[in-house]
Design a binder for this molecule. Structure first.
Ligand code: HEM
Ligand code: NAG
Ligand code: NAG
Length: 330
């Protein structure tokens, strides 16, 4: 009898411990179709909108870098509280409606089981694979946070030096090399002119374009962007990878090695002695890029995650669950 109780307590403890960390297939018994439900939504969207890969990559990055990968980026602001979405650098994060659609389907199949933070992670993984990138297993078991505050958003800007930008990554337990590989995400997607316009005609007051940018590219971008800044909603965009703009491949690194980086930080990756050696290895070897990118994405997806009983499983990714009068809130 006593043995039984001890065994029960022991197995309970083991269960608690093993469930309190991320693992591949976390939902395999609680919601066996979880990963396929997310994949179906992503693949369907990708067929009509290939830009969804870029949207999700950026969403995942911004989510993980504010308070860990906890879906705090998905929370809508209320009249009294401005959430991460409303912070300056949120800017142009998009793809929220795809997360909503996946969540609706998941709630229908297994209510209150799959976290919004895991939906972002899985959807990003599937969108990367759809766009010719690596297909990788990603650990799940994240829980959703209960805080989203626009004043906490502090993300690196596009004109930082490599060593200054790297500090944002090391603060999250990632390395400079991880940053070089993760910036390979700029192999897809766009930037608004306002993020690189300073490079096109009067770089640092020189009256000339940034000398590290290919002059033909600078001239072409100046025709698209003009010299005047515009409000974000009327600012034109250009592809970050001017060659294979919708494909997750090593071409971004070839582009920056040919002085075709759009944002200053992208161009500096190829020039700074801290990052240039890895950039040239990645540019030369797509298999190395694909493997490194998958590993770095998995690592980014572990940043400051909530597990076990921390946080909650949101029912609606845009709002915190109502707090029960007395119950546990984690
Ligand atoms: C030092 C680090 C980084 C800086 C300074 C940076 C900066 C930026 C900026 C300014 C934009 C343009 C946004 C716009 O015009 O709307 C952008 C776009 C983008 N970023 Fe980054 N980024 C960084 C790291 C990352 C990482 C780690 C990822 C993902 C793993 C990522 C994925 C993307 C993607 C996919 C886009 C295109 C978004 C779209 O087309 O909607 N970035 N980034
Ligand atoms: C991002 O922040 C800006 C500026 O604070 C705000 O106007 C905009 O609505 C926000 N974007 C999203 C998608 O919520
Ligand atoms: C563009 O990408 C293709 C396909 O990966 C590659 O073969 C070609 O060399 C690239 N062209 C330029 C100008 O970088």
């Amino acid at each position: 009898m006593e043995m039984k109780i001890i065994f029960f307590l022991l197995s309970f403890t083991i269960f608690e411990l093993s469930s309190a960390q991320l693992r591949v297939g976390f939902y395999s018994s609680s919601c066996p179709r979880a990963e396929s439900i997310v994949k179906q939504v992503v693949q369907q969207r990708f067929r009509t909108d290939r830009s969804i890969t870029a949207a999700l990559l950026r969403m995942h990055f911004h989510d993980c870098f504010v308070r860990g990968c906890d879906a705090s980026i998905l929370i809508d602001s209320t009249k009294s509280k401005s959430s991460e979405k409303d912070a300056g650098p949120n800017l142009t994060v998009r793809g929220f409606e795809l997360i909503d659609e996946a969540k609706r389907n998941l709630e229908a199949a297994c209510p209150s089981t799959v976290s919004c933070a895991d939906i972002i992670t899985l959807a990003t993984r599937d969108a990367v694979a759809s766009a010719g990138g690596p297909a990788y297993n990603v650990p799940t078991g994240r829980r959703d946070g209960r805080v989203s505050d626009s004043s906490e958003v502090n993300l690196p800007g596009p004109s930082l030096s490599i060593s200054d930008a790297a500090q944002f990554f090391t603060a999250k337990g990632l390395t400079l090399n991880d940053m070089v590989v993760l910036l390979g995400a700029h192999t897809v997607g766009v930037a608004h002119c306002g993020f690189f316009q300073d490079r096109l005609s009067d770089f640092q007051g020189s009256g000339k374009p940034d000398p590290t940018m290919d002059p033909a590219l600078a001239a072409r971008l100046l025709r698209i962007c003009g010299a005047q800044s515009r409000p974000l909603n009327r600012d034109p965009t250009v592809f970050l990878d001017q060659n294979t703009s919708f494909i997750v491949d090593k071409q971004f690194y070839n582009q920056i090695r040919s002085r075709k980086g759009i944002m200053q930080i992208d161009q500096e990756l190829a020039l700074d002695k801290l990052s240039a050696p890895l950039v040239s290895r990645l540019a030369a070897n797509d298999a190395l890029f694909q493997q490194s990118f998958a590993n770095a994405m998995i690592k980014m997806g572990r940043v400051e995650v909530l597990v076990g009983r921390a946080g909650e499983i949101r029912k609606n990714c845009r709002v915190f669950n109502p707090t029960k009068p007395k119950g546990r809130t984690g």
